[in-house]
Every structure is written in C-alpha cells, then in structure tokens.
Design a binder for this molecule. Structure first.
Ligand SMILES: [Fe+2]
Length: 273
C-alpha cells in the first residue's frame, strides 16, 4: 500500500514538472512565430529552468526511494533478528518441559492459520506470532520437578503450574513495544464460559489473541505425543474441540479450527518428531 502511494506521489511530481515544461515549450513556439526575440530568450531560459526543476525532482524521488528501500531492509533485518532471539528463548522454555517439545512453535503455527482465516493484517499476524511463541514463558518460573512430574499433580502443585500465566505476563511486561505478548501470556488459559484462570474472564472480555492461542494450545496438547500415549486420533481431537465450543473456546475460533482439521485429511497437523 505504501509503495503504491509513493509511486503515485512520484508520478504526480513528474506530471506537474512535465506540464510546466510543456506550457513553456508552447509559449516559446508561439513567440517564435511572432518573432519576439527578448520574449523568446526569457522563455528559453524559463524552459531550461523547467528542465532543471524536472531533473531535480526526478533525482530527489530516486534518492527518497533508495532511502525508503534501505530503511525497509533494515526494519526487516531487525524484525528477523528479534524473531530469532525469541525462537531461541522459546526453545529453552520448551526444553525445560519434557512434555512440550516444539509446543510453542506449533501453537504459533496454528494460531497464525486461524488468524489468516480471520483476515488479520500482516502487522497483526506478526504481533500474534510473537505472542503465541511466548505464551508459556512463565514456565521458566515453575520447578522442573512439578513440570515433569509423571503422576497426578496435587492441588498445591497444580496451583504452582497455574501461576505460569501471571509469571509469564510479569516477565514479558518489560516488552513495552509489544504489549500483546504479556496480555497473551496472562490470559491464554481463560475459558469462554468464565471458568478459566487466572482472572476468570468471560467471552469477549478475554483478549482476542488469547482466545486464539487458547484454541491452538489445546489443539496442540491433544495432538502431541506424551510418554504414556501417542497423539490422540484426529476424530477424538475433533470431538473435544466441538465439545469446547462456547464453553472452553470462542465459538467462531473453534469452528475455524474444525474447518482446518477437516481440510487436514492426512492428519499432518500434529507432533510428528
Ligand atoms: Fe500455558
């Protein structure tokens, strides 16, 4: 969109400069026919100035365009670098939890698939990707013994696990340039019916990014391998997502997940490694 505007801007400048030259040229021709030497000299001088004006604008546009391209490349490079740093951090978080190998990357992948069907702009997709990648960062603050416990968790242990949502938000609150990441971490375990945690938000009170991540997160939990089971069969996962419509999940987002699943005939969207 921006490039289009810049092209139009350039064309407008060129058109104005071209028009000035044409008018001056017409004046020269008319006066030449009348034989007015002084006027012709003045008009020729004006014509020369018009051409210089045209060239000045032309080179200015080229220079502006080059600067714009360089700036765009620089922004993309910084964006790529920050994404690589985030991905490295995310791998560290996932490595801490033996159950969640590659979990955050898959949650980001599924979140983006959902958001693309909700017509998100590329800027919104970028923010959502970071938010989904970092949603479980608070697990850094949960002890390995609780996180990797094989048997059933006690109430106290479950309470500690639940704290990862607030803890994540606290850690990410430093990223003021992208407040979505802290919001996503805090609310990704909220439920549409209000029975989630940590705040018990209900329906659309739950921020949109968190509602999307909640669906992607649950989908990945069911389609990932565990030490005691393989990924659940696709029809079982489908049933669970259907059951969660309007209770655990935002109905619109859960239905989009079902559509994605129906298109995934070979059941490729799951943990395979
Ligand atoms: Fe979580």
């Amino acid at each position: 969109m921006k490039i289009q505007f810049r092209k139009n801007e350039k064309l407008a400048y060129m058109a104005v400069a071209g028009l000035v030259i044409l008018l001056l040229l017409a004046g020269v021709l008319l006066n030449w026919q009348r034989g007015a030497f002084t006027n012709n000299m003045l008009l020729l001088l004006s014509l020369l100035l018009g051409v210089l004006f045209f060239l000045e604008i032309y080179f200015l546009c080229i220079e502006k365009e080059e600067k714009y391209i360089l700036e765009k490349k620089r922004v993309r490079s910084v964006w790529r670098m920050s994404k690589q740093i985030v991905q490295t951090l995310v791998k560290t978080i996932d490595a801490k939890d033996s159950y969640t190998n590659g979990h955050s990357a898959r949650v980001a992948q599924y979140s983006l698939m959902l958001a693309k069907r909700m017509d998100f702009s590329s800027e919104e997709l970028g923010r959502l990707e970071y938010t989904a990648l970092l949603h479980d960062v608070g697990k850094i603050g949960v002890s390995d013994a609780i996180l990797n416990k094989k048997g059933k968790l006690t109430d106290e242990e479950y309470a500690v696990i639940k704290e990862h949502a607030n803890m994540g938000a606290q850690i990410l609150s430093n990223i003021t340039e992208l407040p979505d990441v802290a919001v996503g971490a805090r609310y990704h375990h909220e439920r549409y019916d209000g029975n989630g945690y940590p705040a018990g938000l209900k329906g659309e009170e739950i921020p949109l990014f968190a509602r999307i991540i909640a669906v992607a997160d649950s989908y990945d939990a069911m389609t990932s391998k565990r030490s005691y089971r393989a990924a659940l069969p696709q029809h079982v996962v489908r049933e669970e997502i259907s059951k969660g419509i309007g209770t655990q999940f935002d109905p619109r987002i859960a239905k989009l997940m079902l559509m994605i699943m129906d298109e995934d005939i070979a059941y490729e969207l799951r943990e395979t490694e």
